[in-house]
Design a protein around this ligand. Structure first.
Ligand code: DGJ
Length: 365
């Protein structure tokens, strides 16, 4: 009996009040060692050992020439008390490696592949000294959720491939675009050209740009990589091979010219939902909401999902992952980063249980 009473009390302690944020956007969130949880832009896996595994960017201020030294892992039994397990993928000293110190590894997502029994990490990689121009995807793999992850390679996705739903006339329309006619950005003609595939065509040979990203495993086990492409103007949803380590070459564009970043994707009662941000660097902006009945689209844009004070800036946060809510089966917690660019390691965590109103997801702080 005492066991059940204790269990009940524990449940009360970890149950979020519906719609109220679990982590707020102002305070530091300390681990069991008294240090702020330095794990940003990542995701959380719940594994059969009854523990949550939280992977993210490990930001540092003390190493000259870089803002991060790798991907960190924290574990928890209750989503509240977190233990730092160290770096599961480290930036290396070897200057010939794509992940040499000084590179930027952002928005890592770790997924488990039931077929290969491996943990796969996919992340946005920028090469050392090249700012944000490389726009590549990194792949790493591990036998164990605590790593170490072995870096495999980085690529520009889908070189030589047109989107899966591009018909002959679409390919021709994109191929006929003359870049010199669109030197001035943000004009109506330029937007039209972007939508037709101005940057898609430019990057066809070397592969498409890939920055802010999410990974989604569908119920049939198929994995998709969703990333900001085409100069951050258009999201791409790319199918991954069965081992989750390569692209199949099939991809679909979402909201061409819409300038969406920080994609967060989830499925509820058969409908796919996507919450993204606009592109304003580290500064927060108004979230965007999309819906589809098939993951490959068409995606319909709806009104901003955030409500209440601070909603027009997503309460200071930018989404990173939709975590299945252990307290509400079938529902999700929207995890976001509240970036503090002067000291990225101290960027705050904002977790908001997603509620539904009139059939659409809502975020309230
Ligand atoms: C916004 C992105 O969402 C972040 O991950 C990061 O790339 C910043 N831009 C850099 O300015």
């Amino acid at each position: 009996m005492i066991k059940y009473i204790l269990l009940f009390i524990l449940c009360l302690l970890v149950t979020p009040v519906c719609g109220q944020p679990i982590a707020n956007n102002e305070e530091l969130w300390l681990d069991d060692n008294g240090q702020h949880i330095n794990c940003h832009g990542g995701n959380i896996l719940y594994l059969p050992d009854g523990k949550y595994y939280w992977y993210g960017e490990h930001r540092v201020e003390h190493i000259p020439g870089t803002s991060e030294d790798g991907i960190s892992l924290y574990t928890s039994k209750d989503l509240k008390t977190w233990h730092y397990e160290g770096l599961v993928l480290e930036a290396v000293k070897d200057m010939t490696s794509d992940i040499t110190l000084g590179c930027i590894m952002e928005r890592p997502k770790v997924v488990y592949n039931v077929r290969t029994k491996k943990y796969v990490m996919i992340f946005h990689l920028e090469l050392r000294g090249k700012g944000y121009s490389a726009a590549r995807t990194g792949f790493a793999v591990a036998d164990n959720p605590k790593g170490p992850f072995r870096f495999l390679r980085s690529v520009r996705p889908n070189a030589g491939k047109w989107p899966a739903d591009f018909k002959r006339k679409d390919k021709k329309a994109a191929s006929d675009l003359r870049p010199e006619a669109y030197k001035e950005w943000w004009t109506p003609q330029w937007y039209q050209a972007v939508s037709k595939g101005l940057f898609l065509k430019r990057d066809l040979k070397k592969g498409q740009m890939s920055r802010d990203m999410a990974v989604y495993i569908d119920d049939d086990g198929k994995a998709y990589h969703l990333y900001s492409s085409e100069e951050n103007l258009t999201l791409h949803l790319a199918e991954l091979t069965n081992d989750y380590l390569h692209y199949t070459g099939k991809y679909w564009r979402i909201a061409p010219g819409g300038q969406n970043e920080a994609p967060v994707i989830f499925k509820r009662n058969g409908t796919y939902w996507l919450i993204a941000s606009g592109c304003t660097g580290w500064a927060p902006n108004k979230a965007r909401l999309f819906k589809a009945s098939q993951i490959t689209g068409p995606w319909e844009q709806l009104e901003c999902p955030a409500r209440g004070k601070g909603a027009d800036k997503t309460f200071g946060g930018q989404g990173t992952y939709a975590m299945p809510d252990p307290q509400r089966p079938g529902e999700f917690i929207f995890m976001a980063d509240v970036w503090t660019p002067k000291q990225l390691s101290h960027s705050r965590h904002l977790w908001i249980p997603v509620t539904f109103e009139n059939g659409s997801p809502v975020l309230r702080q």
